[in-house]
Design a protein around this ligand. Structure first.
Ligand SMILES: *Cc1c(COP(=O)(O)O)cnc(C)c1O
Length: 407
């Protein structure tokens, strides 16, 4: 089994090791929840403070042009595009993931009168399912169809918009994006990919893989801060054929003509809706810049190395935990999940020891490995802490407290 000393040696040889200092992490905490809320980059607070004081305070309304505020969704989108393998005119940083799912699924349905079905999988992230259900509720012609992962691509047909999360938030399972996209396209359907647990965690090449539509989160691996703007991707070939259902003024061809009648902006700009959240975009840009400064190939490889190490160490302890994340590096994202009947109590006991992962219903604990700031040594320490919690009965005491609180 890998020793702590070996982990320290790996940290010493890690080409990304110096990025850890670029984050403001609290002392005494091992943070393994960057897949839920990414850590704070050190640059962010100063950047936001300067923006607030000078661009907002001094520049006032002039900053929409002088400071490039109006361009921010496109500028930050173009940077995210480099992490997606997309063109810089194919991505916008805007709205939330939920809203972007609505925009793209609705637009994909409306683009072809033969499209009436949203195909997705049971257990997909709740917002994906709920937005799909909402679209079906407002349009009697649309129905939501569910199919299991294994057969989802084969269940697609010409009338189908397939809504899938590339890396499953609970299990960490990863779809073969290229293969699923190809099969669905061959069958006449179209896929909307939710990349919330993928961007900043694994290598993506949407252009090579033929992806047409995608959305994703800015506050997870991208470190954009709580509630950071999300992004959407529309392949160039589709942009002028799709129409956003949220026809806000900033998606207008000439927003500053203040015309009465809506005319969709050309290209990706039509997927803008309202005034962009400049402070949120500025924080997101700090997180994205760190990823561009590093190399996405190194980031993705280190994420898999950290997951492999954690799985190996936990395996070696023979704990009563069921691994539900694939062991195969290519088949997962950058988090590792285990099932246990008292998973919630196990995670509470770990958090009390300074190891912050999270709990997901039902019975699942998750450990997210953010390659820019997590180290091999802390991965080792986290596995030790998990072993101690499981074997000392600490979780059992915690479970007792939880039960006592509930009743
Ligand atoms: C985190 C996450 C979201 C979040 O959507 P919001 O609109 O930002 O709340 C959506 N989809 C997936 C798969 C996620 O993991």
């Amino acid at each position: 089994m890998t020793t702590l000393a070996e982990c320290e040696t790996r940290d010493g040889a890690d080409p990304l090791a110096h990025f850890r200092d670029r984050f403001a992490l609290p002392e005494g905490v091992i943070y393994l929840d960057g897949n839920s809320l990414g850590a704070l980059p050190r640059a962010t607070a100063g950047h936001i403070a300067r923006l607030v004081e000078t661009e907002w305070g001094d520049g006032l309304v002039r900053s929409w042009n002088a400071a490039g505020w109006i361009e921010a969704p496109r500028r930050v989108g173009a940077k995210i595009a480099r992490l997606l393998g997309a063109g810089d005119d194919e991505v916008l940083a805007t709205d939330t993931t939920s809203v972007n799912i609505y925009k793209l699924v609705r637009a994909a349905l409306s683009a072809d009168p033969a499209r009436h079905t949203i195909l997705t999988e049971p257990g997909n992230f709740p917002t994906d399912l709920h937005i799909a259900q909402g679209i079906a509720a407002e349009d009697p012609a649309v129905r939501v169809q569910m199919a299991p992962r294994e057969s989802i691509a084969a269940a697609a047909g010409p009338g189908t918009v397939v809504l899938l999360t590339h890396i499953h938030y609970r299990t960490g399972e990863r779809y073969d994006l290229a293969a699923v996209t190809r099969t669905v396209r061959e069958r006449g359907g179209i896929v909307v990919w939710d990349l919330s647990h993928s961007v900043g965690a694994v290598e993506l090449d949407l252009a090579r893989d033929g992806a047409e539509l995608a959305v994703g989160s800015g506050y997870k691996y991208l470190n954009g801060g709580p509630g950071a703007p999300a992004f959407l991707y529309v392949a160039r070939a589709l942009q002028d054929r799709l129409h956003s259902p949220l026809t806000g003024w900033l998606g207008h061809a000439e927003p500053f003509a203040f015309a009465d009648d809506y005319v969709a902006a050309p290209r990706i700009d039509r997927f803008m809706c309202g005034t962009p959240p400049i402070l949120g975009l500025a924080a997101l840009e700090c997180g994205v810049d760190l990823h561009l400064e590093a190399d996405m190939r190194l980031i993705a490889a280190k994420g898999q190395d950290l997951c492999d190490l954690f799985i190996e160490l936990v395996d070696g302890k023979g704990l009563d935990l069921e691994l539900i994340t694939p062991r195969d590096r290519g088949a997962r994202g950058s988090h590792v999940s285990y099932r246990h009947p008292h998973a919630y109590a196990v995670m509470q006991a770990l958090i009390a020891r300074g190891v912050i992962g999270d709990y997901r219903e039902p019975e699942v604990i998750r450990f997210g490995f953010a390659p820019l700031y997590n180290t091999f040594a802390e991965t080792w320490r986290a596995a030790e802490a998990l072993g101690e919690v499981m074997t000392s009965g600490a979780w059992d005491k915690e479970a007792f407290r939880v039960r006592a609180r509930v009743t």
